[in-house]
Write a protein that binds this ligand. Structure first.
Ligand SMILES: NC(=O)c1ccc[n+]([C@@H]2O[C@H](COP(=O)([O-])OP(=O)(O)OC[C@H]3O[C@@H](n4cnc5c(N)ncnc54)[C@H](O)[C@@H]3O)[C@@H](O)[C@H]2O)c1
Length: 374
């Protein structure tokens, strides 16, 4: 018996929707995209025309009422996620929401509660988990190949890679800068590979030294995190830049392990400087700063060996191929074939960790997450 196709709607017709969500949903044989909403009517129309989507709206509420989607991909800026995801869940849709799920951990908890009340699934777009290198690292760690990971050191440093589109640089709309962009991804990745220990304390500092002035430099969209280009360009306004461009932090975890984290959109370092080391009792994991390369460090008898795993080729061959895997996973979860791979506790743990870093930076001291309970 043929089953009905999932009716998918998109909220926010910008870069990640056009570059990843829409093409990935279109490649799902059991889904069809029925509507797109964007508060800028020209963006809604352009996205609908580009991908032959039948319904375009400048109101997500109108779109939910009219199109009655089974699934919604929330691809708007972070400050919209809570209101739009909750509205979609209450309208009976399953929701795939881009990262960061919310501006605060308290908002994230509310969103998961709304999903539970509605009896619908809420998947947070921690797409990095679906890159082959990271999925393999997680499998190595989970199968005991590296033992107990007690120390992780991750640096992902862009030289001049401030996103030149959207509202990533405006505190009132995004709450944070590079920590809420790259930091969310990297902290989630490290904690996932480590088996999900809770962040219990953070000491950090954030900086804004370069991005709030016009240096007149030549930069590319790819440097700013848009490898397939930017949809809906805007004129970049340095005067509005009021988030952090560089953050450094030391995190203590509940199992005694520690994480040292450095991320930048802008810093005077060679571009894409850094790397990721995860040190365990039986072995270690290493990634290059963009997580494109993975090595497993082990001993074999008397010999120290570095293993370069042979990984599947990206499918499709696209910089955002992880979104294809993420959406395929979501479809299987909606059908009841798999558990959602991103859990509420994990999302809240990451957001609480970032909140503690900001608080530590503001107060100039280590912040313990259980302070209020003492
Ligand atoms: N997982 C990833 O790898 C990845 C990559 C890029 C972006 N993202 C995330 O996706 C989200 C969007 O990023 P982007 O790069 O596509 O930004 P963007 O600025 O290119 O697109 C955002 C779109 O949302 C629209 N919009 C703004 N306010 C809205 C509202 N109230 N209602 C409906 N639409 C609204 C804008 O007009 C724009 O078209 C962000 O949360 C970002 O962090 C994730």
């Amino acid at each position: 018996m043929p089953t009905q196709k999932l009716r998918v709607a998109i909220i926010g017709g910008g870069t990640i929707a056009n570059a990843a969500h829409i093409p990935a949903w279109r490649d799902q044989p059991s889904a069809e995209i029925v509507a797109v909403a964007d508060s800028a009517p020209e963006n809604a129309r352009a996205t609908a025309t580009r991908h032959q989507i039948p319904h375009a709206s400048d109101s997500f509420a109108e779109m939910l009422a009219t199109a009655k989607p089974d699934v919604v991909s929330v691809c708007s800026p972070a400050h919209c996620h809570k209101e739009q995801a909750i509205a979609a869940l209450r309208a009976g849709a399953h929701v795939l929401c881009e990262k960061p799920l919310a501006l605060t951990s308290a908002d994230a908890i509310e969103m998961f509660r709304a999903a539970e009340t509605a009896g619908r699934l809420l998947l947070v777009g921690q797409s990095m988990r679906f890159y082959n290198q990271i999925a393999a690292a997680r499998e190595f760690a989970a199968s005991g190949q590296v033992g107990e990971i007690y120390c992780a050191d991750a640096a992902r440093l862009r030289r001049r890679g401030v996103p030149g589109h959207g509202v990533f640089h405006v505190r009132a709309l995004s709450r944070g800068g590079v920590l809420y962009d790259l930091g969310v991804h990297i902290l989630d990745t490290l904690l996932w590979i480590m088996g999900g220990p809770a962040v219990v304390a953070a000491s950090g500092m954030t900086f804004t030294k370069l991005s709030n002035r016009d240096e007149g430099l030549i930069t590319s969209e790819a440097e700013g995190g848009a490898p397939v280009g930017v949809f809906n360009k805007r004129t970049y306004d340095h005067d509005r830049f009021d988030v952090e461009e560089l953050a450094t932090a030391f995190l203590r975890l509940g199992n005694g392990a520690v994480i040292s984290l450095r991320v930048s959109w802008a810093a005077n370092v060679p571009d894409n400087a850094g790397g990721v080391w995860m040190m365990g009792t039986e072995g270690g994991l290493w990634f290059d700063p963009r997580f494109l390369d993975l090595r497993l460090v082990r001993n074999m008898g008397r010999y120290q060996v570095d293993v370069t795993p042979k990984l599947p080729a990206p499918a499709p061959n696209h910089p955002f191929y992880a979104h294809w895997k993420e959406i395929a996973h979501f479809v299987r979860a909606i059908r009841g074939e798999e558990e959602l791979c991103v859990r509420k506790e994990e999302v809240v743990n990451v957001l609480r960790g970032l909140e503690a870093i900001y608080r530590s930076a503001a107060e100039g001291r280590e912040v313990r997450l259980d302070e209020r309970a003492q």
